[in-house]
Design a protein around this ligand. Structure first.
Ligand code: ANZ
Ligand code: ZN
Length: 857
């Protein structure tokens, strides 16, 4: 028998699938559809193990659903705009487009080697003008629908690279690339009105019952809905500024107020700073920090006492000091708060630092209302309100309602719902992105590019010699005539945030060649995505933006859908041990050999290395395994099989050499098992025989139980359990020795065909090869999923343990579900049992049907 040659066989089947367009699909209303999508890759250069894991999982689902009779859409494309291409341009003098398309070509080749059941005819790249032109069109639709606006806003500005940085690009207050301290600047930026949908994006999470709970929770947190009260305080002694509006979610603690705090950018702060240089300096210091909430979270909480006071509408005689504080955000609530030291840790720390009064006004359940006092740890929970005038004795919730009612009645406050979610700033001062299709005219103001002039294409001849935005430096590109008045005008030189590109690609895949964003009939048929698979690192922004975009597309009449992803699965990371030499340098697994005793030394110098813990594969720790090397050495099926077998797919996977070798041995073993049994199975008759031997019945039971188990496991994303079942099934086939009867041959053939089909979603090439050897009709990729026959799955007999006073004496094979009396009779008749009893009186017989008979003498 020949060894299974993965390299040759895999290439052969990939070619056949390709030539026969096996995975090409079109809308077919007569069949149920199933849309499987994995998060499309950024073309960074080559695929990594995380991709292999992600795409393998999606492919198992896609192939399985195909077999189940669904019309499966499984496309692939490239999230192709972004900074790395520009960095490559700056560092290696290669054009971003060239760099990107070369990477795509290489990575496409790698993905094809994996044998994924993709409809490659639908491939898209977001940097293609066909794609981003439609994106620009949609942006103009959004503009017309009032979902786009321009506003001045604070941004993180990198003074060296001369660009705006996203919050994630600010590392310890410095630009991630330049290392220069980041400044805050006010710039005019384009925004998408995601906040219009805040309430809906929040409430609809509940309906996403095929999403991981944790992802829904993260989204909910991000949207951050809160119910609170806006309340006017009176300000003393500031000309033209006698009311300060604050936002609070804890109005029940109002009588515990110890002071007020406003944001550095609050109009009151700005006004007071005009003749207070010290305050001005403090405000500037506040502005130097990053703008992210995380940056603010980490920062030391500081305030500046303005000397001004304010009073609560319910305590007009108690004057509270007004601070400007670095932790109050201008763009949240009203940019002003009252602090309640005893019931908020941040406020408490602040109060201790600046010597403010700590008034405890909420008493936790079980504490004494007369004496309870907060000292160093704020009490933030619910309880009974104390020392608070008309609120005394009410519980937290009732107190909130009561004070809100009184505030509204007196016209000094309003109940409001607030969201943490901000509108989405989409302007980037970058070249490698989609140009924002707007024109600035001195006379007419902002003028959208007429739709017939789309796409606004990126110029190809750009230079990356100067810092800043190459589009802005381009000698001619930005100069256009105003579409309205015809006078010289200026193009917007900012480009879209690349998150826009990935917010609608799932819809474009439905009709990727359309001369509109997509064909209505196509999205009506294919969307929503039935199963989306990707990394949890996208749990917030990408998914939220896509959910928003879908609603925006609905609003402008492009489709009729709210939620783009009906099912979501987030897979774990791929990890590997780490190695360091004696100087602490990281060493890659490829540079090492493993010794007999399990330790590792460097191949060249034989120097021993220290083995560190297994962490996510990353270039910086050098603990990466190149998927191409694995596929060259073992084949794609082996890599896929190992990825699926090792751990539950949502957990981290530990890549080991033993693991991949074990998978490789199994592919060989399965091959031998099937090929070695073909002749014996060939004796099977054309129709199912009427009778089967006991062992044939046992094998058939295993066959049908395996179908049911693998089916259930794949549907539940328990791929590792499906793999384990296949192992068990293979063992049963290997143990089967046919007696040459027709029944045995039938059972054997049925088992072989079935195991091939069950493996097919996971090891598609090996499965095709074995299918062909077995004389299967057409491709296994096209074969319908086998049917688990309930009647064959039942255990017909069971083994009963027979004990005498708790000691095992014998066992007996009996029909399943035999009744107690029958079991007792059979047990007592067993020769071994009779000789043990040896005429003694049987006092009691305890029978557990299908399990045990215990005889007490
Ligand atoms: C008084 C108070 C007392 C508060 C107390 C909390 C506890 P969420 O749930 O996130 O909406 N806050 C309001 N606006 C702010 C801003 N612009 N910057 C920083 N903090 C701000 O939180 C709302 C609470 O966060 C508000 O309730 C306010 O402090 C603070 F024992 O008001 B609270
Ligand atoms: Zn004009």
């Amino acid at each position: 028998m020949t060894r299974y040659n993965a390299a040759v066989t895999e290439a052969k089947w990939q070619k056949i699938w390709d030539e026969r367009n096996t995975f090409r699909v079109t809308e077919d209303p007569s069949r149920p559809k199933y849309y499987v999508l994995e998060m499309f890759p950024y073309p960074s250069g080559k695929i990594h193990m995380g991709h292999v894991r992600n795409y393998t999982q999606g492919d198992v689902v896609a192939r399985y659903r195909r077999a189940k009779g669904y019309n499966v859409l499984h496309p692939m494309g490239w999230d192709a705009f972004g900074m790395p291409a520009e960095n490559a341009a700056m560092e290696h003098k290669v054009h971003p487009a060239k760099w990107t398309y070369e990477n795509i070509a290489h990575m496409r080749g790698q993905l094809k080697q994996m044998g994924l059941s993709l409809d490659w005819s639908r491939e898209i790249a977001t940097c293609d003008p066909d794609y981003y032109g439609q994106e620009q069109r949609m942006f103009l639709d959004f503009y017309e629908a009032g979902l786009v606006y321009r506003k001045e806003s604070w941004v993180n500005w990198d003074p060296v690279d001369q660009t705006v940085l996203a919050n994630e690009q600010v590392v310890d207050g410095c630009g991630w690339r330049s290392g220069a301290p980041v400044e805050r600047r006010k710039l005019s930026q384009w925004f998408l009105k995601i906040t219009d949908f805040a309430d809906e994006l929040n409430s609809a999470l509940e309906g996403l019952d095929r999403w991981p709970e944790k992802v829904r929770a993260m989204q909910e947190n991000w949207i951050g809905r809160s119910e609170g009260l806006r309340l006017f305080f009176d300000v003393q002694g500031v000309d033209g500024f006698d009311k300060l509006e604050i936002y609070t979610t804890r109005p029940d603690t109002l009588f515990g107020a110890c002071g007020m705090a406003v944001a550095a950018d609050h109009p009151l702060a700005e006004k007071l700073a005009k003749d207070n240089p010290e305050l001005q300096a403090f405000i500037e210091e506040c502005r130097r920090g990053g703008t992210s909430e995380e940056a603010i979270e980490k920062m030391e909480k500081k305030g500046f006492d303005t000397g001004v006071t304010a009073t609560s509408p319910f305590e007009p005689d108690r004057k509270l000091p007004v601070f400007v504080a670095n932790f109050v955000l201008m763009h949240y609530g009203t940019g002003a708060i009252f602090m309640s030291a005893a019931h908020d840790q941040r406020d408490l720390d602040f109060a201790r630092r600046y010597g403010l009064e700590v008034r405890t006004v909420v008493c936790p359940p079980g504490e004494d209302r007369e004496t309870f006092e907060v000292d160093w740890e704020a009490y933030t929970g619910a309880g009974t309100v104390i020392r608070s005038d008309f609120l005394n004795g009410l519980d937290t919730e009732a107190a909130k309602q009561e004070i809100a009612r009184r505030a509204e009645e007196a016209g000094v406050g309003t109940r409001t719902v607030n969201f943490r979610l901000r509108d989405w700033g989409i302007s980037r001062q970058r070249y490698w992105g989609a140009p924002i299709p707007m024109i600035h005219c001195e006379a007419c103001g902002i003028v959208p590019v007429p739709k017939q002039d789309l796409p606004v294409k990126l110029p190809e001849d750009v230079s990356f010699d100067k810092p800043g935005n190459p589009l802005d430096h381009h000698p001619t590109w930005k100069h256009v005539d105003c579409p309205q008045c015809g006078k010289p005008a200026r193009r917007e030189t900012d480009t879209f945030d690349t998150f826009i590109d990935s917010s609608w690609y799932f819809a474009r895949f439905c009709s990727p060649k359309s001369d509109q964003p997509f064909e209505r009939a196509a999205v009506d048929y294919w969307l929503p995505v039935d199963q989306y698979v990707g990394g949890v690192e996208h749990a917030i922004l990408h998914l939220l933006y896509s959910r928003f975009f879908t609603r925006a597309m609905k609003k402008v009449g492009l489709l009729d859908l709210d939620e783009p992803f009906a099912g979501l699965f987030t897979q774990g990371m791929v990890c590997h041990e780490t190695y360091q030499d004696k100087d602490g340098n990281w060493v890659s697994p490829a540079e090492l050999v493993r010794l007999e005793d399990g330790t590792y030394v460097k191949k060249d110098s034989r120097e021993p290395v220290r083995v560190g813990r297994s962490i996510k594969m990353s270039k910086s720790k050098k603990n990466v395994i190149d998927p191409s090397e694995i596929i060259d050495q073992y084949g794609a099926d082996t890599a896929r099989w190992f990825m699926l077998s090792d751990s539950p797919p949502e957990r981290d996977l530990e890549w080991t050499e033993e693991g991949i070798e074990g998978a490789w041995r199994f592919t060989q073993r399965l091959w031998r098992l099937v090929i070695g049994n073909i002749n014996k199975a060939a004796a099977a008759p054309l129709t199912e025989p009427a009778t089967f031997s006991k062992q044939a019945q046992d094998l058939r039971r295993m066959t049908h139980q395996s179908i049911a188990a693998v089916e259930k496991d794949i549907e539940a994303f328990h791929f590792n359990a499906a793999v384990a079942q296949v192992y068990k099934f293979a063992n049963a086939i290997a143990a089967f020795k046919t007696d040459g009867s027709e029944g045995d041959a039938w059972a054997l053939r049925e088992a072989l065909v079935t195991i091939v089909q069950l493996c097919a979603p996971m090891m598609p090439h090996l499965a095709e090869e074995m299918w062909a050897e077995l004389g299967g009709e057409g491709l296994v990729a096209d074969a319908p999923w086998p049917k688990a026959r309930e009647e064959l799955m039942q255990e017909s007999s069971v083994t009963i343990a027979v004990q005498i006073r708790g000691k095992l004496r014998d066992t007996m094979e009996v029909a399943k579900d035999m009744d107690k009396a029958e079991l007792e009779k059979l047990a007592l008749a067993l020769p071994k049992v009779r000789s043990s009893i040896d005429g003694k009186e049987v006092r009691k017989v305890i029978v557990v049907p299908n399990k045990i008979v215990n005889i007490v003498v």
